[in-house]
Design a protein around this ligand. Structure first.
Ligand code: SF4
Ligand code: SF4
Length: 286
């Protein structure tokens, strides 16, 4: 382990420990180019021990892929397989995989042979034993993702198998092809609007975030069964694509959230929608 630590590039931007979520504090930081040895396979004493009694945060693409795999709507998937922790520290709704009952609190998808939804397993299951933290947004600074190694005693995969870097691990776990869409989500979660931690989204905007990010089927109805499409200047080809392409709709959802939550100029309203909005404002004021 000490030898691996020697490989740490000196130019790695330092994220102060105080800025890290508690879960990541005092864990070993894995920087680009640094290596760790890890191997997970059936036959290890701990096989699937990590699939219970654990908090698994779901990203929007996790919810979407799992729902599609199970042939469920995103609304039904969210109701059956997820829960939302309620803590006053959260500035945005977070969705977690609902686990089975005590004792064990096993994941609904675990089987004797391993993960029963392997090809569509959540981002954090792919990342393990690595974790990632997004430090709070700071004025004038680009948010630097920080990666950490979980070295849990129960996990016997450390020191097994081959050596990995961040990049080779992500490639092996199929994380690279979802990185761009995950980045779109992280850019909202760590948006400069939240700098200082004083601003809170109101309940209506929280609901908008939840629907657009996680309940894509409800967002689809909102976009295509209301006056939404007529309210914005949108490329016709994109509109057609979003009708059937979930990932295109999710990318669009992130774009719309930046407009609707943070007033970024990512969308342009049509003249008639501007007039309607202005008229409504004037009516409210008179
Ligand atoms: S989704 Fe798969 S890998 Fe993740 S906890 Fe459940 S069974 Fe384990
Ligand atoms: S080696 Fe670690 S990740 Fe693999 S099954 Fe065991 S506890 Fe889980």
């Amino acid at each position: 382990m000490n030898e691996q630590r020697k490989d740490t590039p000196e130019q790695t931007p330092e994220v102060p420990q105080s800025a890290m979520p508690d879960l990541m504090k005092d864990r070993r930081r894995i920087s680009e180019g640094e290596t760790f040895r890890f191997g997970c396979h059936k036959g290890l004493k701990c096989f699937t021990d990590c699939c219970g009694d654990i908090n698994i945060l779901l990203t929007p693409i996790d919810v979407l892929r799992l729902a599609r795999r199970l042939e469920m709507t995103t609304s039904d998937f969210l109701a059956k397989h997820t829960q939302m922790p309620v803590t006053k520290d959260l500035h945005l709704p977070v969705v977690m995989l609902k686990l089975g009952p005590e004792p064990g609190r096993r994941c609904d998808f675990v089987t004797e042979d391993g993960c029963g939804v392997y090809e569509d397993r959540p981002w954090s299951c792919r990342m393990y034993p690595l974790g990632m933290a997004i430090p709070p947004a700071q004025a004038g600074k680009e948010t630097e993702m920080a990666h950490f190694l979980f070295e849990d005693d129960f996990c016997k995969g450390h020191g097994e198998g081959q050596e990995w870097t961040l990049d080779t691990w992500k490639a092996d776990q199929g994380l690279e092809n979802q990185e761009e869409i995950e980045t779109g989500f992280h850019e909202i979660v760590s948006h400069p609007w939240f700098i200082g931690g004083q601003r809170q989204l109101d309940p209506k905007r929280m609901e908008m975030f939840y629907t657009a990010c996680y309940d894509l089927d409800a967002f689809h109805r909102f976009v295509f069964k209301s006056s939404f499409i007529k309210s914005f200047e949108l490329d016709e080809e994109l509109v057609e694509q979003m009708k059937t392409d979930d990932e295109a709709l999710l990318r669009f959802a992130f774009r719309w959230l930046r407009f609707a939550l943070f007033a970024e100029p990512t969308m342009t309203m049509t003249d008639s929608a501007v007039k309607r909005a202005t008229g409504a404002t004037i009516e409210r004021e008179s």
